[in-house]
Design a binder for this molecule. Sequence first.
Ligand SMILES: Cc1cc2nc3c(=O)[nH]c(=O)nc-3n(C[C@H](O)[C@H](O)[C@H](O)COP(=O)(O)OP(=O)(O)OC[C@H]3O[C@@H](n4cnc5c(N)ncnc54)[C@H](O)[C@@H]3O)c2cc1C
Length: 384
Amino acid sequence: MKNKVVIVGGGMVGAAAAVSLARAGCAVTLIEQAPIDAQQVLDDDSIDIRVSAINRFSERLLDSLGAMPLLRATRAAPYHRLTAFESGNNVLSFDKEEVNATHLGHIVENKLIQASLWQQFADLPITVKAFAKPAKAVRFVAEHVVLEYDSETLSADLLIAADGGRSHIRQLANIGVTGWQYQQHCMGILIKLDAPQQLETWQQFKPSGPVALLPMSAPYANLIWYDEGTKLQQLSQLSPDSLKAAITAHFPPLPGDFEVLQSAVFPLARQHANHYFKNRVVLVGDAAHTINPLAGQGVNLGFKDVDALTRSLDLTDIGAELGLKSYARKRRGDNLLMMSMMDACYFGFSNQLKPLQQLRELVLKVANKAGPLKAQVLKHAMGD
Ligand SMILES: Cc1cc2nc3c(=O)[nH]c(=O)nc-3n(C[C@H](O)[C@H](O)[C@H](O)COP(=O)(O)OP(=O)(O)OC[C@H]3O[C@@H](n4cnc5c(N)ncnc54)[C@H](O)[C@@H]3O)c2cc1C
């Protein structure tokens, strides 16, 4: 009999897990509180302010799941160069040529990534269900996991929690988290840019927090502004013209004139689940880990979870402990390492102590000239 899997959460990571496991031969039920019409989303011209920089590992996974061709045909914007700097002459930059690649990654709207995966469901054994209220309970019965809703009770061999950072399933399974809220928040600003397609994404580290440009498919781009939450809330109340003036004063010069279309403020939290599985419940994506988005790694880590989970599970009994243990072993350390690297950047660059400032300058200078080491770091960031 086919392995039965229930996935709660059909965001980018849950949808990828659904396609990946259905292709591996499982019967999947996907529960999403806000189901989408994938074709409508892909055809829609309105632009999502939430974007992700997806690396080449994620691109390969999305290719293997059939989603990437749809993204290439819509608004995925490849970037060729990635630059980080503090002041004018203190620049660390990575170029596609340094790793003999055609591009380093893509900037894509989150809603398009999600829809390109949902579009695959039709040809696969995936049933989508929407429940108005969250599940009441998770129970373990013999070799099964049971998920209780007001109107229905579902039984499966494995329950996957892909319901985001505030995962309700993680709570029902009694899996605790450790972490904190960062003092800095971040504001995403969708702009229309009067410039040709940009191929460079950059980030400037400033004492109040970094600012960044993520070039989307022209004429759009996403600006990211990290700062104190109260400051960003005030900025978000400004008219588009006043916000434009504030951006012009705070950001390095943009490649052309621009119009502010939309902005949104996001609180930032680091959170890591104390366990990646319990009995027959397993966590993936933000349900398992949320990370400072400084280097845009969150969903890339989630896609790595999906790949590792699919490879680790024992397809004779998908909920068997050995496979889940192997998944947790592969992913926990890797996710923790990336979280710690982001924190080193966050704390290292928000500090104005003179010795630390000098150390930063040295690190950026040395790293920029570090030849093979630099290529290695770049390959890691690209997910190669
Ligand atoms: C400002 C910002 C910028 C970022 N930039 C990047 C980037 O450049 N690159 C990158 O890799 N990552 C980035 N990230 C991180 C990335 O957005 C997340 O890691 C990613 O969205 C996690 O996907 P997910 O599917 O695990 O969770 P989510 O996106 O949170 O999806 C969870 C899904 O579960 C559903 N759900 C929730 N509860 C229930 C329930 N009870 N029942 C049914 N369904 C439920 C939700 O509706 C949703 O569809 C950024 C994050 C932020 C905040």
